[in-house]
Design a protein around this ligand. Sequence first.
Ligand code: PMP
Length: 419
Amino acid sequence: METPAKNIRQQERVFDVEAIRRDFPILQQQVNGHPLVYLDNAATSQKPNAVIDAISDYYRGYNANVHRGIHTLAEKATAAIENARQSLAGFINSPAPEQVLWTRGTTEAINLVAYSWGRSNLKPGDRVLVPILEHHSSIVPWQMATESTGAEVVPIPVTPGGEIDMMALDELLDERVKMVAVSHISNALGTVNPVAEIVVRAHRVGAKVLIDGAQAVAHTPVDVQALNCDFYAFSGHKMFGPTGIGVLWGRRELLEAMPPWQGGGEMIEQVSFAGTSYQGLPYRFEAGTPDIAGAIGLAAAVDYLQHLDRVAVAAHEADVLEYALAQGAAAFDGLTRFGEADHVAGVFSFLMDGIPPSDVGMLLDQQGIAVRTGHHCAQPIMAQYGIPGTVRASFALYNTRAEVDRLFEGLAKARRMLR
Ligand code: PMP
């Protein structure tokens, strides 16, 4: 039997990044007179032709509203959105498609849980634990849910290296804790959190775990049954799918016990002024016309990813990130990296001494290099570091070492100009 390491090396040889890049038409352009180097993938990823074509095929060929029509186009559109749900279920290894709920994205998925599960399960004295490095969308919905139930949000400390302090977590975990809301991968620092282990520890005290997978799905295969989590949320647009569509996956018994959170068409069984009864899963949580084109586009993104060798993709991404981190460490004095977890994915977050991140970002943009600057919707971890924000270069499967070289040439130029 081959060792996994040898296996990865062999697969690496078959990963053809140039062929992948040809699948993404947006990457072929010049920006400000330079070939585009797109390093803002943690904000949103680019879309392959397969996704763009799937959306356009729907609008050109079978646009119709779903679920209530008996005409041919409506039946075609309904089959497409339900097939898409099946694809997404397969993608995360859901036991059943009806546990996959369409949402606008991660933010709406977390809000759904905080609103519906939170308001019906939290009471005064209960606690929701949230690591300090979380995205605002994993903090604020819980603040809103606890404000209205008398429960409280308690931060889980994070080490200076940007890892969840697991000893501190153990100290916080007691019977008051009803929910642990944690990201799979941090968007601000790239830390890959030990989510499976967190689930084990949280379940010991009877707490539920919601994993924010926004940054994970493009980088690593996700298996909700292996993770044994209670909820898993993610956005289509960060995994090469369209904006406006995402998924909340939930454990069946939890979803079935949760009240609907938005009322309207699609989610009802029977409506009268005497009272209304609701549909079962998944429709009770999908009021109104869903993002049909988005769901179809997202299924095309799943299909695209599933046709790639994900081990080879992960090896390529790790290589490009390691190269960037090594360049960053060697580049020049005065470049400080934030987040130095043992296990990172996709993100290089840093500051250059004395130069505001936005100035760095603008000078890079002039050279055709797209990065993000600021607090990355993660102000609490920025506050812990005592900084308002960072420059963040974030990578996807189509990025290359040559692009990392362009980034560091760009940074050197920015430093010469701004110092
Ligand atoms: N969580 C994390 C870790 C994220 O990176 C993001 C997007 N930056 C979100 C949640 C929110 O995702 P969306 O805006 O797609 O709802």
